[in-house]
Design a protein around this ligand. Structure first.
Ligand code: 2P0
Length: 328
């Protein structure tokens, strides 16, 4: 029987790309990062998630990109809903329907937009109207990078687990060219990859030592609108993160990743300011200024192994769709 009190809340959230990377967790509970990170939320890719708490359901149901998700894949989703039930007093089970308009779990930050959307939709559907930092904290416990996707523009996540906006989306002239190098799912997830790095990499301590300095310089460059300094810091952060991971045997690069990185170097040699960043997958995200976006995208499209290039720009916060109410 359908539940007359059932109320669906629908949320749109965007992925974010870390410019200063999060890689590694503090020991203990709460999924607290070992290093501070700073990201840009991206328009042009999105997750749309609806949550309905319904008396008629015997368990939570998850339909992700049209596929019923069960078992281990659903464990983190249940965990988030359980935390929302605990804080709201909501007792009903939920139906969750979520769609990405970009490849899932391939290093394109689908967990960031996915858990940001779920945290906002679930809290609102359970009738609790938390502020953005409280919603971010709920998202962080499931996936740390998701805390940053609650905010629009440039956001940071600190080593206490708190996330906040650092600057609005028009802070700096920026386009992010997402070079997609495979449509396959990644072989090793971020959580496993960073835990292996912490356990086995001789360079993990060096990463944890360097990351806060790179983050601080990048943050200063962003606030003073210095594109080349910000880009150089972003590339350093990605290479230091991957260097520490590689030394533990965690390799996310493929041939096209290296070829795209080489093309970015070549552009810089020719005075086209382009900087690369890479997440826990083989795609390369290239930071350029608006005036260079078309020419850089054309060049990257021709790199062997690059399947396509998406041009994205800084985007807005996670938001409840207008049919259901206002934003965060
Ligand atoms: C980041 N990544 O800062 C870094 C850079 C990937 C590379 O945050 O274990 O899915 O769920 O907290 O948030 C991806 O890791 O990891 C990520 P968990 P998450 O964006």
């Amino acid at each position: 029987m359908s539940d007359p009190r059932a109320n669906t809340v629908r949320v749109v959230a965007h992925p974010n790309i870390a410019l200063a990377k999060y890689w590694g967790k503090k020991p203990g509970a709460g999924n607290i990062p070992a290093v501070p990170s700073l990201s840009v939320t991206l328009e042009g890719m999105k997750t749309t998630t609806s949550v309905t708490f319904d008396e008629g359901l015997g368990s939570d149901h998850f339909l992700l990109n049209g596929v019923e998700t069960i078992g281990e894949g659903a464990r983190r989703l249940h965990g988030l809903l359980d935390r929302v039930r605990l804080l709201s007093g909501e007792r009903r089970r939920a139906r969750v329907v979520s769609e990405n308009d970009f490849p899932t779990a391939s290093g394109l930050a689908s967990s960031a937009s996915g858990f940001a959307a779920l945290a906002l939709a679930a809290t609102r559907a359970a009738g609790v109207d938390l502020d953005a930092s409280a919603v971010a904290s709920i998202a962080r416990e499931s996936s740390a990078s998701a805390a940053r996707s609650i905010f629009g523009g440039f956001a940071e996540l600190d080593t206490e687990g708190a996330a906040r906006q650092v600057a609005p989306l028009d802070q700096i002239n920026l386009r992010v060219l997402v070079c997609v190098t495979t449509d396959a799912q990644k072989s090793i997830g971020s959580t496993a990859g960073m835990n292996e790095t912490a356990k086995k990499s001789p360079f993990y301590a060096a990463w944890c030592e360097a990351a806060p300095h790179i983050y601080a310089e990048l943050r200063a460059a962003l606030l003073e609108k210095n594109f080349s300094r910000m880009g150089a810091c972003a590339e350093s952060s990605a290479l230091a993160m991957h260097g520490s991971a590689m030394a533990a045997g965690i390799l996310y690069f493929n041939g096209a990743t290296n070829a795209a990185l080489a093309e970015v170097r070549k552009m810089r040699e020719e005075n086209l300011l382009a900087y690369a960043t890479i997440d826990a997958g083989p795609h390369v995200k290239v930071l350029v200024q608006t005036r260079d976006a078309d020419i850089a995208a054309q060049r990257l499209t021709k790199v062997p192994g690059v399947l396509r290039v998406l041009t994205t720009r800084p985007g807005g916060a996670a938001r409840v769709e207008p049919t259901s109410g206002g934003g965060v």
